[in-house]
Design a protein around this ligand. Structure first.
Ligand SMILES: [Zn+2]
Length: 244
């Protein structure tokens, strides 16, 4: 499984229970996070963007250990500015990673930007969506295919979704859930603990934990694309129908 996120803490806050469940089932899990989160409001005592980025890389690694993430990578894109980047270049970067990692399943945030509607969340969604589709095409980023790398068709693309919105925000339009992951109590606890590894973001902890305890029993996903033709059906497993 390959999960594309925008900021350190998205992996735990958005996908934590699912990543842990996959790892416990023996699935190799990769998280590629596009920014080191250097523009965060909460600075954790950092005196510069560089210092905050370094702190958040360590926090991401700690969170990844709790969630048993096989390979976690933070890229160097600018936090808060993913909508200002060269589209073709970023999609090419992510396409290459899909061709290298060769996941069966790709998950990312929805184009609305998740319940926070952060523009970086929207952009990682759009970049990852095109990487999912274009990684399998021999006429996209042809220059990548000259050194032994080959095209790769991931079998499913999922957007994280929710059945609640944040009351103090502008309205958002979430993708309707097709897939419901009901977390075991220990999975929810580990998800909360992984989020709390992001110590620089400690002011967010009380709200996050209260929201998770109230509404966090389920992680919901929308099946956004499938390599096989079929009608969307309710699922309880991102790997339902996946072929080895
Ligand atoms: Zn985020």
């Amino acid at each position: 499984m390959l999960c594309f996120t925008a900021h350190p803490d998205d992996e735990s806050g958005g996908f934590g229970g699912t990543l842990l469940r996959c790892a416990d089932r023996g699935v190799e899990t990769h998280v590629v996070c596009l920014t080191p989160g250097q523009a965060a409001t909460h600075r954790g005592g950092a005196r510069s963007d560089e210092e905050l980025a370094a702190i958040r890389r360590q926090e991401f690694a700690a969170s990844g250990r709790l969630l048993k993430i096989s390979h976690g990578t933070i890229l160097e894109y600018p936090d808060g500015k993913l909508d200002r980047l060269d589209f073709y270049g970023v999609v090419g970067d992510l396409t290459q990673r899909v061709r290298e990692i060769r996941p069966h399943v790709i998950a990312t945030i929805g184009p609305e930007g998740g319940v926070t509607a952060h523009t970086d969340h929207s952009m990682v969604s759009i970049f990852a969506t095109m990487a999912f589709h274009w990684a399998s095409r021999s006429n996209r980023y042809v220059e990548q295919l000259q050194n032994g790398l080959t095209v790769h068709q991931a079998q499913k693309l999922y957007y994280a979704s929710a059945l609640f919105t944040l009351s103090d925000r502008q309205p958002i339009s979430l993708p309707p859930p097709t897939t419901t992951i009901e977390l075991e109590p220990h999975e929810l606890e580990t998800k909360i603990a992984a989020f709390k590894c992001h110590t620089s973001q400690a002011p967010l902890f009380p709200y996050f934990e209260a929201t998770m305890r109230k509404r966090g029993r389920f992680e919901l996903y929308h099946l956004a694309a499938s390599a096989t033709l079929h009608r969307a059906q309710p699922e309880i497993d991102l790997f339902a129908g996946i072929k080895e």
